[in-house]
Ligand binder design. Structure first.
Ligand code: NAD
Length: 247
């Protein structure tokens, strides 16, 4: 499939987990992938693996909380590739604690990466996409951004927040030819779940009507669909990909 042939696609947090699976899927569909992550060694490994497989990929060390590192990456991509077609706001972290125990540092850290980071990256690409008259912006929300979750005051606020971004930007940018959507994964087997005890993971498997956790590739395929012209009339929405958790 070459639905994304030649599309310059920036993926934040693209060096691991869902982001890496998305980078692979986009590359397989013909995109020129821009892997952005704060983990430099992982960026290098991801780009090496993609190019070894015959794909086109660029890598940048970018911290989404650092507007200067984002601007430097965007300037370089624009200079080298001439355009930016897709932004996948995927970088995200958790720092869980119940309300009474959550520190201000934990609260601020998660807000800074998951919420302000999405604002930083989207603001950096929006004018370029408006000038082109086309573009796609996709953001990682979560089922936690639909239903909340015990111990995730900070994370839930960010994942609800990016749905607000999505609906607002769909209105602001839709008339300029840009589509903006969010994906709400259920519980997907990546490093982000490493802090969750096996007993809790077992109960999470039970909440999915498919009785299992999801795989990163099952989110990557939804991002690829939303980035492609197959989703040409989908704007300002959220797609839940959770095996039917909410049923
Ligand atoms: P992960 O921890 O496996 O990977 C996250 C990647 O983001 C890492 O490579 C990390 O280095 C990078 N990153 C973290 N902070 C960054 C920053 N400040 N700047 C740049 N890069 C940064 O996580 P994942 O499970 O693949 O999650 C990806 C996204 O999907 C996150 O936004 C997460 O909230 C969301 N999500 C995940 C799940 C799940 O169950 N795995 C469920 C719902 C939503």
């Amino acid at each position: 499939m070459t639905r994304l042939e030649g599309r310059i696609s920036i993926i934040t947090g693209g060096a691991a987990g869902i982001g890496l699976a998305t980078a692979r899927r986009f590359a397989q569909e013909g995109a020129i992938v821009v892997v952005c992550d704060r983990n430099t060694a992982a960026v290098q490994a991801a780009v090496q693996a993609l190019t070894a497989d015959g794909h086109q990929a660029l890598g940048y060390t970018v911290d989404v909380t650092d507007r200067a590192s984002i601007a430097a990456m965007i300037d370089d991509v624009k200079a080298k590739q001439g355009r930016i077609d897709v932004l996948v706001n995927n970088a995200g972290i958790t720092q869980d604690a119940r309300l009474s125990r959550m520190t201000e540092e934990q609260f601020d850290a998660v807000i800074n990466v998951n919420l302000k980071g999405v604002f930083n990256c989207t603001q950096a690409v929006a004018d370029i996409m408006v000038e082109q008259g086309s573009g796609v912006i996709l953001t990682a929300s979560s089922v936690v951004g639909l239903y909340g979750n015990f111990g995730q005051t900070n994370y839930a606020a960010t994942k609800f927040g990016v749905i607000g971004f999505t609906k607002t930007w769909a209105r602001e940018l839709g008339p300029k030819g840009i589509r903006v959507n969010a994906v709400c994964p259920g519980f997907i087997e990546t490093d982000i779940l490493k802090t969750i005890p096996e007993k809790v993971l077992e109960s999470l498997r039970a909440t999915s009507w498919q009785r299992r956790l999801g795989q990163p590739e099952e989110i990557a395929s939804v991002y690829a669909f939303l980035a492609s012209d197959d989703a040409s009339y989908i704007n300002g929405t959220t797609i839940e990909v959770s095996g039917g958790m909410s049923l």
